[in-house]
Write a protein of this length. Structure first.
Length: 259
């Protein structure tokens, strides 16, 4: 069954390539340098050309029409019919075909080649995979499946890692700035600028006791007695007009107190 499917598709491929070789090169990313190549294999250019051929053929075939034609001829097996139905549904779901964006190549120790081509479509990407021997003979049917580039998931993981690292760096810097601000208060001590001037003791000025003069001007009798005593002691020297007492002061330390 696999050999029949390969023969059928190969025959259609040859016919399509002969009739529309120019269109083929315009619609398909034929040159390897125009797409990303992951891995390396022997006869790499031939392997990539084989992938391009299958990619173009798969997009050009009307699988529903082929299924009906082979069913009318009685040469359509159940396995091939199911395969045509799945490919037809997958092609309609993917939408308009674009160019090949990546080739994924690997080779085992026996020389067998696992080759894949990732095609960009209107609604996503499809991955076409072939298993070839060292002579580029097909060892299995072509496998076509939806493809999601792992780089997208990796980019999200990388973005999350970058976000966490950025936030961590911000917090570390803030903590460092806070620590520097805390150390600023110790700088004056290093240069001896924080010595406070000790308050000088203020010397109290000596209190001078001012003698209080007693006002005795109102003591009329005492003034008259003193005046008469003075006049008597002066005798003839006493003025005729009498004495005029302007003020009377008490003397401190008078000898009269000791007598």
């Amino acid at each position: 069954m696999k050999k029949r499917l390969v023969l059928v598709l190969s025959a259609i491929l040859c016919a399509v390539c002969l009739c529309s070789g120019l269109t083929y090169k315009q619609n398909v990313c034929y040159a390897a340098e125009e797409a990303k190549i992951t891995g390396t294999v022997t006869n790499q250019d031939e392997v990539i050309e084989t992938l391009d051929n299958w990619y173009y053929l798969w997009n050009e075939i009307d699988f529903e029409l082929q299924r009906v034609q082979y069913a009318l001829n009685g040469s359509l097996s159940e396995e091939l019919e199911q395969q045509y139905k799945e490919w037809d549904a997958l092609k309609k779901e993917a939408g308009e075909a674009g160019q090949i964006t990546e080739y994924i190549l690997s080779e085992d120790k026996n020389g067998n080649i696992n080759a894949s081509a990732v095609g960009k479509y209107e609604n996503g990407s499809l991955k076409f995979t072939l298993l070839l021997d060292k002579d580029l003979n097909m060892l299995s049917d072509i496998a076509v499946q939806e493809y999601e580039a792992p780089t997208e998931k990796a980019s999200f993981a990388k973005a999350g890692t970058n976000t966490v690292m950025s936030i961590s760096i911000v917090f570390v810097v803030l903590i460092f700035i806070a620590f520097v601000i805390y150390l600023l208060k110790f700088i004056p001590r290093l240069f001896g600028l924080d010595k406070k001037d000790e308050p000088k003791e203020e010397v109290a000025a000596p209190v001078v006791e001012i003698p209080v003069e007693e006002d005795v001007t109102d003591d009329t009798e005492l003034v008259a007695v003193i005046t008469a005593a003075i006049m008597a002691s002066m005798g003839d020297e006493a003025p005729a007009d009498g004495l005029v007492v302007s003020s009377i002061k008490r003397r401190t330390g008078s000898k009269w107190k000791t007598r």
